[in-house]
Design a protein around this ligand. Structure first.
Ligand code: ASP
Ligand code: MG
Length: 427
């Protein structure tokens, strides 16, 4: 596999392809990278949210023509703006590709039925954002350098865990290593979709919201790429989200382990599943700003570094659930087994948990559907209370000053600390 030691994977998220100008900026950025390049693209801007809304309406047999019309108009506008600046054949490719993809989306939406599995149908519809965006990018790049569009649905093989597809690494690696090398001999640049995969039966799956980073890691791992670069609207990996915290600092260099922990606690800069495949094959990950591509960004790799500045991580829209056994019995291992089983079945992930004599509390991301499923599963055995609209703060590498600063004036509903991490849930 020596010939692949130079392959670079570049991932462009929704904000970096949010309109035609952003896509042209992407082209400008990759111009300085001769290739071979594998470019992974997310849906444009907030497209995935819009598709979720459209799908929800279709599933409940409501009129979705309004939001669908807006989504189509938004993409149409981008397609026209891109087509205007390119050669006639590229312009035709952009328009035709979009028309075909749109026809496919219409067919999928028409087939949505409340009689069939919600999650499976969700994946068939919500994956279209990446299909649109990756085609636009591929066509626009092909105008200036030999580029091929790659459909990753038959390549990134997953099981049928809809909306959270679990990767079959062996099949995926095999697929990619037979498909990608010949394509890269034809064209120095390939463009594919983040976030989506497919089952052996040819159904589309998605890898979980914000999963495009993970796709980049899957591809890099399987192809033993030289590096991955994630292009963001921030200067690199910061110690806090600059939209929430005023004075952030950038980590110029950070280890895989530290980054995995930050992503796990909810630092939204990188999808939590991204780091492990890269660490396993020692592939460096760069986080850079598409607004300032010359700037250094952050290098994440296998390294030693002095203790880092405290990192502040904030997860909103949290739900704090408390379970108590109905007979005032202590929360036993047997009870916990039942509760954990039900949480897994309802697909609720635990962000923090705490046990006391008579009750057990967990903080999870809020999802009405999933919480209701959990209530159905546990109602008979436990008394259940829950609060919604909460925030979970985590301070990694905390010190007294950072804890004081963040907790000041907040009513804490749950708090927990380990040697390196301080977490609390509040209103
Ligand atoms: N477009 C998908 C989402 O918004 C995947 C991604 O952005 O990584 O969740
Ligand atoms: Mg996105």
């Amino acid at each position: 596999m020596k010939e692949w030691s130079t392959l670079e994977v570049h991932k462009f998220g929704g904000a970096s392809v949010k309109d035609a100008a952003a896509i042209l900026n992407l082209r400008h950025i990759v111009q300085t990278h001769p290739g071979p390049l594998l470019i992974v693209v997310s849906a444009m801007g907030k497209t995935t949210n819009a598709l979720e809304e459209i799908f929800g309406l279709a599933y409940t047999s409501q009129d979705y023509t309004g939001p669908l019309g807006r989504l189509v108009a938004f993409h149409h506008e981008a397609a026209e703006a891109l087509a205007t600046g390119t050669s006639p054949s590229t312009a035709a490719d952009i328009r035709e590709g979009f028309r075909d993809a749109l026809r496919e989306l219409d067919e999928q939406l028409a087939a949505v039925s409340s009689a069939r599995d919600y999650d499976e149908q969700y994946d068939q519809v919500v994956s279209f954002g990446e299909l649109f965006a990756s085609q636009f990018v591929a066509h626009v790049l092909n105008d200036t350098r030999p580029t091929r569009w790659l459909d990753c649905r038959p390549l990134v093989r997953t099981d049928e865990s809809w909306r959270e597809g679990r990767v079959n690494w062996k099949l995926t690696e095999n697929n990619l290593r037979t498909t990608v090398p010949p394509l890269l001999r034809e064209a120095s640049t390939l463009v594919t979709q983040g976030f989506v995969g497919g089952t052996t039966k040819g159904r589309t799956t998605t890898l979980g919201r914000e999963g495009s980073d993970y796709t980049a890691a899957i591809l890099a791992y399987c192809l033993r790429a030289a590096s991955v670069t994630i292009w963001k609207d921030v200067a690199g990996l910061l110690n806090a989200d600059p939209k929430i915290f005023p004075d952030t600092v950038r980590y110029p260099e950070i280890s895989y382990r530290e980054t995995i922990e930050m992503a796990y606690y909810g630092a939204s800069v990188i999808h939590p599943k991204t780091l492990k495949p890269l660490a396993d094959r020692n592939i460096p990950l760069r986080v850079k700003s598409f607004l300032n591509p010359e700037a250094e960004g952050t290098l994440i790799h296998d390294c030693q570094h002095p203790p880092l500045a405290p990192a502040f991580i904030c997860k909103t829209d949290q739900c704090l659930l408390s379970f108590a056994s109905k007979d005032f019995a202590f929360i036993s291992e047997e009870n916990l087994e039942v509760i954990f089983g039900a949480l897994a079945q309802a697909k609720l992930k635990i962000n923090v948990m705490q046990n006391s004599a008579l009750s057990f509390s967990v903080c999870t991301d809020f999802s009405e559907r999933r919480i209701n499923k959990l209530l159905d599963l546990l109602r008979e055995q436990f008394t259940l209370h829950y609060n919604t609209g909460l925030t979970l703060f985590t301070i990694k590498n905390y010190d007294a000053a950072s804890v004081a600063r963040l907790t000041a004036g907040r009513g804490l509903l749950l708090e927990q600390r380990t040697r390196s991490t301080f977490q609390f849930v509040c209103k």
